[in-house]
Design a protein around this ligand. Structure first.
Ligand SMILES: [Zn+2]
Length: 209
C-alpha cells in the first residue's frame, strides 16, 4: 500500500493562534468518544503504518472547524486540538487555516462535502473495515478505487457524490482503506448514519458466516 494516512497533500497556509471556543465542540467530542470506543477513530501500530485515523468537522461562519492533524491517539480532545479552516480551493489544492494545531490532512476532503450543500453542518470521517468491506453488498455509494486519499480527485469525487445523494448521507472511499465519510445538517444525522451502517455491515458479514 503506497498511500500514507496523515500526510498533508495540499498547500497549507497556516497561522498559529491560541485556542478559541466554538459552538460545536461538545457535540463533536460526544460523537468522537463513541467512535473512539468502537475503534472508528484512533491510532494503532498495526493499522495504516501507525498513523492516526478519523476526523470530525463542523461548519463555522468562516469555514469549518476540524480536529487537528494526528490527534487520533488522544482520548479526549480539548479546543486546542482543533483548527479552523477559513478558506480553501479544491482546484488549486490549497487550504488556509488558523489555530493552535495544524488541521487534519483530510481537511480538503471535508471541505468538498460542505461545498455540495449549504445545509450541511457536520462531516465525519472514520475508518471502518466492516462498512468498507460491505460497500458492494450493501450498495453503499463510494469513490472509485483508483482515487487516492487526500488528492484533489478525491475531493472532487466526494463533492459530486454528495451533490447526488443530498444533504445527508454516507459513502465509502474505495481508494482509501477502510475510509467512510458521512454528513448531515445535524451532528445526529451525520453521526447515526455511521452507526447504522456499521450494524448493517455486521449483520451481512455474520449472515455470510
Ligand atoms: Zn482517513
Amino acid at each position: 500500500m503506497t498511500e500514507r494516512e496523515g500526510v498533508i497533500k495540499f498547500t497549507l497556509d497556516y497561522e498559529a493562534s491560541a485556542a478559541k471556543p466554538f459552538a460545536a465542540f461538545h457535540v463533536l467530542e460526544a460523537w468522537r468518544s463513541i467512535y473512539k470506543e468502537t475503534g472508528l477513530i484512533g491510532e494503532d501500530p498495526a493499522r495504516y503504518d501507525g498513523y492516526g485515523f478519523g476526523n470530525l468537522s463542523a461548519r463555522t461562519r468562516a469555514g469549518l472547524v476540524i480536529t487537528g492533524t494526528q490527534t487520533g491517539a488522544i482520548e479526549c480532545l480539548r479546543e486546542a486540538d482543533y483548527a479552523e479552516v477559513t478558506e480553501w480551493c479544491l482546484a488549486e489544492n490549497r487550504v488556509r487555516a488558523i489555530g493552535p494545531i495544524k488541521p487534519s490532512s483530510e481537511s480538503l476532503t471535508h471541505a468538498a462535502v460542505y461545498e455540495a450543500f449549504e445545509e450541511i453542518q457536520f462531516v465525519f470521517h472514520v475508518h471502518s473495515p466492516d462498512i468498507w468491506r460491505a460497500t458492494e453488498q450493501l450498495s453503499i455509494p463510494c469513490t472509485p478505487a483508483d482515487v487516492a486519499y487526500g488528492t484533489v480527485a478525491m475531493a472532487v469525487s466526494l463533492k459530486e457524490i454528495t451533490a447526488e445523494l443530498g444533504v445527508k448521507g454516507l459513502m465509502t472511499m474505495l481508494g482509501h482503506e477502510d475510509g467512510v465519510m458521512s454528513w448531515g445538517p445535524t451532528a445526529r444525522e451525520a453521526g447515526e448514519s455511521i452507526i447504522s451502517a456499521l450494524a448493517e455491515a455486521r449483520a451481512v458479514s455474520s449472515s455470510a458466516g
